[in-house]
Each structure stands twice: as structure tokens, then as C-alpha cells.
Design a protein around this ligand. Sequence first.
Ligand SMILES: NC(=O)c1ccc[n+]([C@@H]2O[C@H](COP(=O)([O-])OP(=O)(O)OC[C@H]3O[C@@H](n4cnc5c(N)ncnc54)[C@H](O)[C@@H]3O)[C@@H](O)[C@H]2O)c1
Ligand SMILES: [Zn+2]
Ligand SMILES: [Zn+2]
Length: 397
Amino acid sequence: MRALTWHGKHDVRVETVDDPKIVNPRDVIIKVSATAICGSDLHIYDSFIPSMLPGDILGHEFMGEVVEIGKGGSGDLRVGDRVVVPFNIACGNCRPCKTGQFAGCDNSNPADKADLSEVAYGHGVSGIFGYSHMTGGYAGGQAELVRVPYADVGPMKVPEGLTDEQVLFLSDIFPTGWMAAENCMIEPGDTVAVWGCGPVGQFAIRSAFLQGAEKVIAIDHHPNRLALAAQAGAEVLNYHDVKVREALMEMTGGRGPDSCIDAVGMESHGFAPDNVIDAAKAAVRLATDRTHVLREVIMACRKGGHVSVPGVYGGISDKFPVGAFMEKGLTLKTGQTHTQKYMAKLLDMVVEGKIDPTFVISHRLPLEQAAEGYKMFKTQQDEVTKVVLKTDWKDAA
Ligand SMILES: NC(=O)c1ccc[n+]([C@@H]2O[C@H](COP(=O)([O-])OP(=O)(O)OC[C@H]3O[C@@H](n4cnc5c(N)ncnc54)[C@H](O)[C@@H]3O)[C@@H](O)[C@H]2O)c1
Ligand SMILES: [Zn+2]
Ligand SMILES: [Zn+2]
């Protein structure tokens, strides 16, 4: 089959590789119809995620048709079913899965328990498709075929009449934006500030309104992404033009936003002094993440407010404003998204027309041009918001 493989920093290639095989009884094989490139893929592209090996297949946002089923327990899935697959892999039986904490599944990462994630985080992390050997070394879905484990838990059948593009983002960025807003515990009248107007920020903005926020303030520096945020009703701030904290204080009567969402993560842009120091340290491998946005979020949030961090961080950071965090009595919630918990509810919202997730798509490419898609998404963010890759380009819209 053809698949997008990683070979090093900014070096991804579409190659012919072996077809996946059923390994465990609860596996299915999916013939991928559509897949997307995520901001999280850029962290791999930029070589910020350790334990990648040359030839690893990327991609964790995908959907398609079930073409093969393992011998036991794929639930009610049948060959021919059209499904969308959550990006994280979860067994459905462990304590975290039973309590809806699917992204904390104890069983889906087969890596050696002494692996990097246990050393770095104190606990081994769960499995994720196409996201390094630290998260299980699973082949990803930017491919013609993909093996999906625990198929009775993850994949969700797509009702007739919905296009791939309407449901593809249930695999990640829509639930991620939704959970980011949910973690803000929004009350009527609340103002929510969202840093980062990439795809995750865009869904966080729309989710915050759907969950009852009165005002959403969106922060970025790409005019096209800010314009998309404004279309959803957000007030926007370009951090090149204003001092973000000061502007937020002015817009909230001197209180600060009730909740602040960091939808940027470890690769914060900009020339704020702390960001430049983080970048210099990262360049010589003295540090990993650039945590400027997390610091700014904590400093801006009102006393007693909620800080929600869907943005991915991977290592350790200094200059964490621990005093502001404690003295203001902030609540911080974060994590990889418990996608499985939200998919059905958010599908209903798509069916009911409460949201049309296709708003975020700016570019469509055949899988064969996936490397070009990565380059565009990385270097032309002022034009590119979301790239969808289609395996059968003849059918592409
Ligand atoms: N928690 C999860 O389960 C989950 C799921 C998907 C993505 N993510 C993470 O969410 C983050 C966003 O993903 P995305 O796909 O939207 O990525 P993206 O790279 O397309 O968007 C990031 C945006 O942040 C903006 N930005 C950079 N520095 C900024 C700053 N200082 N202030 C304000 N904005 C700034 C950029 O201009 C860009 O528009 C990434 O870290 C990604 O890994 C997390
Ligand atoms: Zn993603
Ligand atoms: Zn589990």
C-alpha cells in the first residue's frame, strides 16, 4: 500500500510499504478514504517528539471502510461499514476507560513499561495512532490501509448521507476543541480567551459559544485564521499589534477572562523575551518546549478562573509562574482528548446542523501529495488552516 512515512526533521515521504495485518482478535483493518494533517503532526515533523524511527507511518485523524475483521469481538462492526476512528487507542476495560478517561487507557501502549514515557512522565502513556514509539509505535492512518486495535471500542459508524468531510474531524480536533471548552466549566455570561486560531482553537471557539460563553476572544497573528475566528463571533487580537494581557484586561473591565484556553502548545511563535530564551535553549537541546503561551494564559486569567490546555507539551519547562497560579486560585485542566467519550454526542450536533465542521478545511490533496501538504501546513499558515488528504483522488470533491 501507499503511506506517508517519517524519515527525519521535515522529511516525510509517500512510499510503498507492507499492508497491515490483523494481529489481535479485536483488530480490524480500515481502508482509509480521508485523513487529515494535525498541528500535533507538526510537532513530529519539526522533530520535537522523541522515539520516532525512520519509516514510521504518520497520521491519527482518519476514517474509511472496514475491510477485514479479527476473529473476536469487533462489536457490531461488519465488513463494509463506514467508520470514523478516534486518534487515541483505548481498550474499553481498564479503570481509566471505564470512567471515560480514554486517553489514559492503561492497556493500549504495548511499549516496554520502562520506556521513555514512564521515565519522563512517571506513568506510561496510552496508545495513539502514528505518534511515535512512546505512544505504542502504532502505524498511522495517512495511508491506504490501517490496523485499528480494540475496534469494538473506538471506531464509530457514520450514518448515511454525511460526507467524509462532515465527520472526519470527530477523530480529533472537534472533540479536542469541545473538551478544551468543557474544561473551562463555562457559566452564563463568561468570557473565554483562546490562544491559537489553528484548527483546535477554531473548534474551541465554536464549542465555547455552544457551551454558553457570552464572549470569546481569539488570539493569533495570522489574519486569515483571525478572520475565521471572527466569523464564529469571536473578538480577535493580533499579538503583533497589541500587548495581549493588557488588551484582555481592557476588554474584560479589568478582571481578566473567566477562562483561558492554550490551543498553541509547545511551539509558540513570537519574539517575547521568554519565548526567545526557550527557543534558544531548545535549539541546543537544553530544553524542549516553548511555554510562552502557558505563562501568558496564567498571567491573564482572572482570579479563581479556569485554565484549559489542549495544546500539546512534551517535556519540562522553567519560568512557570507558579506564584500567579497558586495565589490567584486558578484551576488547570489539560490532557490528550478522551475522544471516544464525545464522538457520538458531537456527531448528533453535526446531524442536527448545530455545527458544520467543514468550515475549517482550506486545502484538499491526494495522499500522494501528503509531503507537500505538511510543508504547506507548516510554512503557509496564513493561507492554510486544515489539509485533508484523500486516498482515492478520483472521488475527491
Ligand atoms: N489535547 C489533544 O488531544 C490535542 C489534539 C489535537 C491537537 N492538539 C494540540 O493543539 C495544538 C494546536 O493544534 P492545531 O492543529 O490547531 O495547530 P496549528 O499549528 O495549526 O495552530 C497553532 C496556532 O497557534 C498560533 N500561535 C503560535 N504562537 C502563538 C502565540 N504566542 N499566541 C497566540 N497564538 C499563537 C499559530 O499562529 C497557529 O495559528 C497543538 O499543540 C496540537 O498538538 C492537542
Ligand atoms: Zn490531531
Ligand atoms: Zn483502557
